[in-house]
Design a protein around this ligand. Structure first.
Ligand SMILES: [Zn+2]
Length: 100
């Protein structure tokens, strides 16, 4: 699925993550928004699928301390609040596009 493959990932702004997709679409994510939808096992219960992390606890000005590529399908984000276990697949990011 080329629509969920990034062409360029811009991580120079610590409060934002910008992805230009192969199909030409461009998405700007606030880091706080990505923290709020973190899909990792510490934020979402693996047994019930329910979110156990409160998205309202995320400060709107949250920044990241690093964004790493995971294979060719995802990025992992080290958040300034110390949380670093979230893996965001490109398909997940595309699904959570705030502009669509
Ligand atoms: Zn998490």
């Amino acid at each position: 699925m080329t629509s969920s493959q990034p062409r360029v990932i811009v991580k120079s702004d610590p409060a934002r993550l910008t992805i230009e997709w192969l199909d030409g679409h461009k998405t700007v994510y606030a880091i706080a928004q990505l923290r709020a939808v973190c899909p990792c096992a510490r934020c979402v219960s693996e047994t019930t699928g329910q979110r156990v992390h409160d998205p309202r606890s995320v400060p709107a000005d949250l920044t990241h301390q690093g964004v790493r590529l995971v294979g060719n399908y995802a990025v992992s984000i080290v958040f300034a609040d110390g949380h670093d276990t979230g893996i965001y697949s490109y398909a997940f990011l595309r699904d959570n596009d705030p502009g669509s």
